[in-house]
Ligand binder design. Structure first.
Ligand SMILES: [Zn+2]
Length: 255
């Protein structure tokens, strides 16, 4: 076989899986690093935990406001794939040209999938280099993933990314914490009040506490708070801001 990387010292081969792809066969070895200690009990706190919001505009935004963009080459490859798919649809069934086009589409698919996976590994590594536990939206909440995916113009593959992130975090003695995403965009990360937004509203501008942030940055902070069980209470209320506001200021509790 063509070994792309040598098997590092100290690793033990545990399993081998063979898969057939358009361009040939692949063998996937799973290795165990015997030197890495088992995860130590690591309770998430405000200091040792970060929050990430999986975005539509960018790939993700952290609670520090750091943005991870979707790589350009990735969009390009996806466009190429669509073009090849159109090509294929114009070929006559059973023809030789069609068979060749099918192969080209399959190859382009593999390429996109491989690029995406590489990107996911790279971002997971970059995030975990901060040495923090990572809170993120749970994609298991019915409807959330679906509607977001549908609105996204590309397939970000968040499920795969979060899986990679969870495994890599554990290897580093860290943990990933899925949280309920309901309201993470609407709630003010500074005072907990609901600040309704439409999908077009890119900015969080709180009339209660004057907190002003990028929409996804605000969501990432809320996700961090939920991950560590940090409760945001209504902090300060500007009297001017609530003049004429009839709803009683209420204590805010996390779902
Ligand atoms: Zn606020």
């Amino acid at each position: 076989m063509i070994l792309h990387r040598p098997i590092p010292d100290g690793f033990k081969i545990k399993t081998a899986a063979i898969t057939k792809k358009a361009e040939g066969y692949y063998i996937t070895l799973s290795l165990q690093d015997v030197s890495i200690p088992k995860m130590t009990h690591n309770l998430p706190t405000m200091d040792n935990t970060m929050g990430v919001d999986l975005g539509l505009k960018s790939f993700l935004v952290t609670d520090d406001g750091e943005e991870v963009a979707i790589p350009q080459h990735y969009r390009k490859a996806q466009k190429l794939l669509q073009q090849k798919q159109r090509d294929l649809s114009r070929k006559k069934k059973g023809s030789n040209r069609r068979r060749k086009a099918v192969k080209r589409v399959a190859k382009a698919h593999s390429k996109v999938a491989n690029q995406r996976k590489d990107f996911h590994y790279k971002i997971a590594k970059k995030l975990l280099a901060k040495g923090k536990n990572i809170g993120h939206e749970s994609l298991n909440i019915k409807g959330i993933a679906k509607t977001r995916m549908a609105k996204s113009t590309y397939d970000a593959g968040w499920g795969q990314f979060l899986l990679i992130l969870a495994v890599k975090a554990e290897n580093a003695g860290l943990t990933t914490i899925p949280v309920n995403p309901n309201g993470t965009t609407q709630d003010c990360s500074n005072c907990g009040q609901k600040v309704p937004k439409t999908l077009q509203d890119r900015w969080h501008s709180c009339p209660y506490c004057n907190c002003s942030l990028d929409r996804d940055h605000n969501a990432a902070i809320n996700i961090k708070h939920r991950a560590v069980g940090h409760l945001v209470l209504k902090a300060q209320v500007m009297p001017d801001a609530i003049a004429g506001f009839t709803e009683k200021p209420a204590l805010y509790a996390l779902a």
